[in-house]
Write a protein that binds this ligand. Structure first.
Ligand SMILES: CC(C)(COP(=O)(O)OP(=O)(O)OC[C@H]1O[C@@H](n2cnc3c(N)ncnc32)[C@H](O)[C@@H]1OP(=O)(O)O)[C@@H](O)C(=O)NCCC(=O)NCCS
Length: 183
């Protein structure tokens, strides 16, 4: 089996391929999962198909960024996805996640999001990472706060008003390649 792109204590994150369309369709068909996402309703097959064309292509277009499928390391069960990517039509990088209902309440979102925020700052050298949520999505807001993003108020992304959270890199941060004479 292909090695995961990144692992956390309990999760393996891997690239999404066309073979995962049914899994993502199942995820986005659950009204509980979609309550605070997009238009607040399950996605159609056509919408999922569009996502399935976009996500695998984005790994090549935006190296280092992407949307990764998460599975449990102990039994391989599909948990959901995590993303570190540009918000469409902006230069703002967001951390995002969507988990199967059966996986909620076990700290997985916090674990995966924390890993991507650390990766974004430590390995990509990003300056700023945001999280945007529906104002009623308190669980997601709690996750963002737990991984170090602060509530900075209202913003307008995805054509709607959202609650915006952000973390800015430590001012003392130095890229590892600056001290490497070989680079
Ligand atoms: C939001 C979501 C990712 C949370 O996943 P999760 O694995 O259950 O999250 P965690 O267990 O890591 O943490 C959730 C935190 O929110 C808290 N929480 C859960 N429901 C809450 C609610 N209704 N109000 C306030 N806090 C809530 C939990 O108690 C926990 O905080 P704690 O550790 O301090 O107790 C998950 O519910 C999900 O995928 N929802 C559907 C998609 C979605 O909304 N994605 C985010 C879009 S911005």
């Amino acid at each position: 089996m292909k090695r995961p792109w990144r692992t956390t204590r309990r999760l393996a994150l891997s690239e999404i391929g066309e073979e995962h369309a049914n899994e993502l369709h199942e995820l986005d068909s659950d009204p509980r999962v979609m309550r605070y996402v997009g238009h607040g309703r399950p996605a159609t097959r056509a919408e999922i198909d569009a996502v399935m064309r976009r996500v695998p292509r984005a790994y090549g277009l935006y190296p280092g960024l992407g949307t990764w499928r998460a599975t449990r390391r102990d039994n391989g069960d599909f948990v959901g996805w995590f993303a570190l990517k540009y918000i469409p039509r902006t230069s703002v990088v967001e951390v995002g996640y969507r988990l199967r209902h059966a996986a909620w309440g076990r700290g997985y979102a916090t674990e995966g999001a924390r890993s991507l925020v650390e990766y974004g700052f430590d390995e990509l050298g990003l300056y700023r990472i945001v999280g945007v949520t529906h104002p009623g999505n308190l669980a997601s807001q709690r996750v963002l706060a737990k991984v170090g993003l602060a509530d900075i108020g209202w913003g307008h992304f995805y054509d709607r008003p959202v609650r915006v959270f952000e973390a800015v890199r430590d001012a003392a941060w130095q890229p590892s390649w600056e001290s490497d004479p070989a680079r």
